[in-house]
Design a protein around this ligand. Structure first.
Ligand SMILES: [Zn+2]
Length: 285
């Protein structure tokens, strides 16, 4: 199999569906997305929202700040691809004229019912041919898209000159991902499968690090504007996350909470599992 980043040969990874490139360290998974299909692991959406919200909203506020630094247009237009619950739209709408596109009809419908501008469907089909934006954002979305080259080309086509592409995604150099790989090597595959969201409605098909992501995107008519790590764990909302992830007994839950609370300052010395990279569209020459 050919690496989508550097064109080298990928070798077999840690499971039958996992492959990696020795040249650029890009990793891929032959897992099939199935949005709007019944999930193998039924999810309680309300519980999931509570578990994720505190961490994500903090990170979204950080990303909106970065976006504003790199966009010079007045009244800039922002497209959020895979806008889900609409939290990023809410974080950004004070500073951008926002639009969301969401393929999950139920999730997108609920955000639209709260008054957020969300179109149902996939990018780029859900935006008009001549629609242009000053910023296009993918929050935990690009790693789910099999044909990433076409998605990036569509971003290039729908950005104004000097517009920015913001990719917020998991980091293959991240501490938790690397621990999950060690565990998979010694036979415990659960955490590794969870990192790839195997058996979830929309599993991951790519795992990048800041370097190979940059290599991929720069080939498609962009320049690098910024790359940064975002916290993968915050004390706020930690208990809700633990409650959601494991169905542990209360004693075990509180023990886990104490251990992780104490570990947060230590973990901050390792690479985070979440990165955000911002790319600027090159002006047509
Ligand atoms: Zn490669």
């Amino acid at each position: 199999m050919t690496c989508i980043v550097c064109g080298g040969s990928q070798i077999a990874g840690l499971t039958g569906w996992h492959a990696r490139c020795l040249g650029c360290r890009y990793e891929s998974a032959a897992l099939t997305p199935a949005i709007n299909a019944p999930s193998a692991v039924p999810m309680d959406e309300a519980q999931r929202e509570a578990a994720l919200k505190a961490l994500r909203v903090e990170n979204f506020n950080t990303i909106v700040g970065y976006a504003r630094q790199h966009v010079s247009a007045s009244n800039p237009r922002l497209l959020d691809v895979g806008s889900a619950h609409g939290w990023f739209l809410e974080a950004a709408r004070g500073q951008f004229d926002v639009l969301g596109v969401e393929p999950d009809a139920e999730v997108g419908g609920r955000a639209a019912a709260r008054g957020l501008p969300v179109r149902s469907g996939y990018f780029p089909d859900a935006v008009g041919r001549d629609e242009r934006f000053d910023a296009i954002v993918f929050n935990d979305v690009i790693e789910h898209i099999p044909d990433i080259h076409s998605a990036l080309a569509a971003c290039h086509a729908h950005l104004n000159d000097g517009g920015i592409l913001i990719l917020n995604l998991p980091n293959s150099r991240g501490f938790f991902y690397r621990v999950s790989k060690v565990l998979a090597r010694i036979g415990w595959r659960g955490p590794f499968e969870r990192m790839w969201q195997k058996d979830m409605p929309s599993p991951h098909v790519h795992y990048f690090d800041p370097r190979n992501l940059r290599e991929l995107v720069l080939k498609q008519g962009f320049t690098m504007a910024k790359t940064a790590e975002l916290p993968a764990l915050r004390a706020e909302g930690l208990m809700e996350r633990l409650r959601y992830v494991g169905k542990a007994a209360p004693v075990s839950l509180y023990l886990q909470y104490i251990v992780i609370r104490c570990a947060i300052p230590v973990l901050s010395i390792f690479p985070s599992d979440i990165i955000v990279s911002i790319f600027k569209k090159k002006a047509a020459s």
